[in-house]
Write a new protein. Structure first.
Lengths: 518, 339
């Protein structure tokens, strides 16, 4: 059969296929451009039925373009897509779904106020005479989840479930609506360790049931653990497709970023730590937090942070670190405890007070930190507008200030009048940093400063952070990525379920120890 | 790398087209205005007459004052339903304090403005400290203000007005007809200029835009967004009060009813001009265009001598068409962002 189809097919691509496996989905010499920019160049890609196929590459390598092409979002590409050996060109995401391709986006598209059953049936609930058959719907939804090995009560409201569980439901929904090929976009980025494990078990179950999975991720360890084969993209080209058992993380990184970019690899290579500076406990105390509590979020948190120190705060999602950070910036109020900056007790009733005493705050997600519709310069001058300009607004002064900052943090393109929304994620994050650097902060709170960034942008942002430390700024670095802490923090706290569980420094500050205490 | 690539081709394609797209929010209402002016000039002999043009301005002048205030509220992403009621009540308060209580004119006017501002602060307090949606908070205030206005007048019409209001609302500068100018037009223009100045050249104005653009981001940039919203609601009530008092001067009397149209008229004028109902985009320039569209349309339909029963729904249809054009213009702009 495979032999036969190989000769009849019009496909000119050179996807090497062992005789016994037919590709279920194929891209043959596919290219896609946005205006003048090439997003995919002559890509061949073959997906075997029943495999878990990893897709890796830096930001901008073409992963998301390829994903959107497969999911039917784009149809203006050059080249051919073949589904079960038939040429196809999806006209819309609905069309792709009807033909058995399901997509689970990183930002889940679930209905938080509806039950699990309603979410599963959201596209077409069972009705009789126009009325929803509730009992029938719940029974069927429950049966469907059980079939997939999931033990989740379908009458729960979606919003009550953890992100990890919601994701499993979302995958189940996609399968329920007929998907045989499931594309998972960064599925582990928001998951805790145990949740990731549960997802991998679920993927194994799906594989056993004959489903095919495309697993797109920045987390190379996850990709190496869960996939059968891996395709590496770089600069819009496919670099290689490899059998997972024969590849190491080191090789993947080399393929993704090229061997000349050795320094950048440190982001992905947790074993190879930079020699750390001696602990900086000698600096004066900048921030003192004493028995700070907020019920439901965190309890009895006490620590000190010194001038010229980067203090990491590691924890999995939902450990209470975000709420703690928000309390330190006056965005939320703790119920008890004391916060002191330079030995002055603070009463942070609102964010304005926090800003005025010299605290800078970078939120965990860019949606909460930028006005995407507004120009870059207005975003940059916003935080310290009152100190930067005396009296009336003056566009020329503002733009001059913005240009200095843009240059300092390396926003590209360096155009102050561009809307922030037109920038890439990494550059948007640089704008958020720039906003807080128009005045030297005393305390800089960073939430996930490098989330979702490509290696190069991460490197630039971390360099800026290190420079600020050298200038004497006290920095609290909150992240769920242990690599970032291991790389630049002088000391780190670990938070788990609302409590501080460890303080690590020197040789003890390793990825393993961070994970162990979280 | 990829960033520069994704932006340059668009800019390089056609700078003029790009300029038009970027300013779609401002240009679409302007085009609507031009079309209306051309249409009415051609279809009616009396439309382009100087006196008629002056009348158009006079007709939208008190509306301009209240619209300036509501522009602040819409820009920060809130709504104020109490403006017409506050305007009515304020007119009544000033007239009664002057005519019945015998206070000096300026004192009565100040007291009226103060009463309006207090109601605005009440709106601000319930919308920010309490956390009521401004829609509900101002709906309640609307009833309070309406009720107070009627309670004070008990259905009477008050004809004794502070002379200041008679002058500002109803007098002219100059003597002979085509060239004398109603003072109320100057008041409208002054309100718009002050509003524009505050929104464009002060830090407060910038904070208003940023609060409307992304409230959480503004808050996490150290802006006291609650104070911004509350201040905007106070400004809105203050300008409504001013408009209400000017209106009594224009009519020569104060009464507890009759201004109900002002609420929807001012909001439609602001939105017609291209200011977003969801905050962050637009401004007084847009409000000015919206007011002119509104004035030209109402006046023009009168000039056409349409049946009064036809006029209202025709006006509604044209307003709807103008709003649809605005939306399409915005889509055009947004496609630029996607490319």
């Amino acid at each position: 059969m495979a032999f036969f189809t190989h000769h009849v097919s019009l496909c000119h691509c050179k996807n090497p296929m062992p005789e016994q496996t037919t590709p279920i989905l194929e891209l043959c010499n596919v290219s896609k451009r946005y205006g003048g920019a090439v997003a995919l160049a002559n890509v061949d890609f073959a997906l075997r039925a029943g495999e878990v196929h990893g897709l890796v590459g830096e930001n901008g390598a073409g992963k998301s373009t390829m994903m959107k092409l497969l999911a039917g979002v784009y149809h203006d590409y050059v080249g051919e897509m073949r589904l079960r050996d038939q040429p196809v060109r999806f006209t819309s995401p609905a069309d792709a779904q009807a033909k058995g391709i399901g997509m689970v986006y990183q930002e889940l598209s679930t209905f938080q106020h509806l039950t699990v059953a309603e979410n599963l049936f959201s596209r077409q609930p069972p009705t009789r005479g126009g009325l929803v058959q509730w009992k029938h719907m719940n029974q069927e939804a429950q049966a469907h989840l059980r079939e997939l090995g999931l033990n989740i009560d379908v009458t729960n409201l979606m919003g009550r479930l953890s992100v990890g569980t919601q994701q499993l439901v979302e995958i189940a929904r996609v399968i329920f609506s007929g998907a045989q090929i499931i594309i998972l976009d960064e599925p582990t980025s928001a998951l805790s360790g145990p949740e990731t494990r549960r997802l991998f078990n679920f993927i194994a179950t799906l594989k056993a049931q004959g489903k095919t999975i495309i697993f797109i991720s920045h987390f190379l360890e996850d990709v190496l653990e869960v996939t059968d084969r891996i395709t590496v993209l770089k600069n819009a080209h496919k670099v290689a497709t490899l059998d997972t058992p024969n590849v190491t993380k080191h090789q993947l990184v080399e393929l993704m970023i090229g061997s000349d970019a050795k320094i950048l690899q440190q982001m992905y290579e947790q074993d190879q730590n930079l020699p750390r500076r001696p602990s900086r406990l000698t600096g004066e105390t900048a921030l003192t937090v004493d028995r700070l509590s907020r019920p439901g979020a965190f309890h009895q948190i006490s620590f000190e942070l010194h001038k010229g120190e980067i203090l990491g705060l590691f924890g999995f999602m939902g450990a209470g670190q975000i709420q703690l950070a928000r309390c330190l910036f006056g965005a939320e109020r703790p119920t008890s405890g004391v916060i002191m900056l330079n030995n002055q007790k603070l009463n942070l009733k609102n964010t304005t007070i926090a800003r005025n005493v010299g605290i800078a705050y970078v939120p965990e997600n860019r949606r909460n930190s930028l006005m995407l519709e507004q120009e870059i310069y207005k975003n940059i001058t916003l935080a310290h507008l009152g100190r930067l300009l005396h009296g009336l607004l003056n566009q020329r002064t503002e733009v001059t200030i913005a240009r200095t900052q843009i240059e300092q943090v390396g926003v590209r393109p360096p155009q102050p009048f561009l809307r922030v929304g037109a920038l890439s994620g990494g550059n948007q994050q640089k704008v958020v940093l720039a906003k807080w650097l128009t005045q030297q902060p005393k305390l800089l709170i960073l939430n996930e400063p490098t989330r979702g960034m490509d290696v190069g942008a991460k490197d630039e942002v971390l360099t800026i952070v290190q420079k600020l430390r050298d200038q004497g700024v006290a920095i609290l670095l909150i992240t769920t990525e242990p690599e970032t802490i291991v790389r630049i923090a002088d000391r780190s706290l670990v938070m788990s379920k609302g409590r501080l569980t460890a303080e690590l420094s020197g040789v003890e500050l390793t990825k393993e120890n961070l994970m162990k205490h979280a | 790398m990829t960033e520069t690539i994704s932006i340059k081709p668009i800019a390089a394609r056609n700078p003029a087209l790009l300029w038009v797209r970027r300013r779609a929010r401002d240009l679409a209402p302007f085009a609507t205005l031009v079309v209306l002016v051309v249409f009415f000039s051609l279809s009616s002999d009396s439309f382009l007459n100087i006196i008629n043009l002056r009348n158009i301005l006079a007709q939208v002048s008190t509306l301009a004052v209240v619209s300036t205030g509501i522009t602040f509220v819409l820009l920060c992403g809130e709504i104020d339903l109490s403006i017409a009621a506050v305007a009515t009540m304020t007119g009544v308060v000033a007239a009664v304090l002057f005519g019945k209580a015998g206070l000096p004119g300026p004192v009565a006017v100040l007291a009226g403005a103060l009463a309006a501002t207090l109601l605005g602060l009440l709106n601000g307090w319930s919308a920010t400290r309490i956390g009521l949606p401004s829609f509900m908070a101002t709906l309640a205030t609307m009833q309070i203000a309406t009720g107070l206005g009627q309670y004070i007048t008990k259905g009477e019409i008050v004809y004794t007005l502070p002379p200041m209001l008679q002058y500002l609302g109803g007098e002219y500068i100059g003597q002979k007809d085509p060239w004398r100018l109603p003072v109320v037009i100057l008041m409208g223009i002054a309100a718009l200029i002050i509003g524009h100045f505050v929104l464009t050249y002060t830090k407060f104005g910038r904070y208003v835009y940023m609060t409307g653009s992304n409230r959480e981001a503004a808050r996490l940039s150290g802006i006291n967004t609650q104070n911004i919203v509350a201040t905007c609601l106070a400004i809105s009530a203050f300008s409504a009060g001013l408009a209400g008092m000017l209106n009594t001067g224009r009519l020569g009397s104060a009464q507890g009813y009759g201004l109900e149209d002002m609420l929807l008229d001012s909001i439609s004028a602001v939105v017609l001009g291209g200011t977003s109902l969801f905050g962050g985009e637009g401004g007084i320039k847009n409000t000015l265009i919206g007011l002119l569209i509104f004035g030209v349309l109402s006046n023009g339909l009168n000039q056409l001598q349409l049946d009064i029963y036809v006029r209202l729904w025709v006006r509604g249809v044209i307003l709807l068409a103008a709003l649809i054009i605005n939306i399409y213009a915005l889509r055009l702009r947004d496609t630029e962002a996607v490319e």
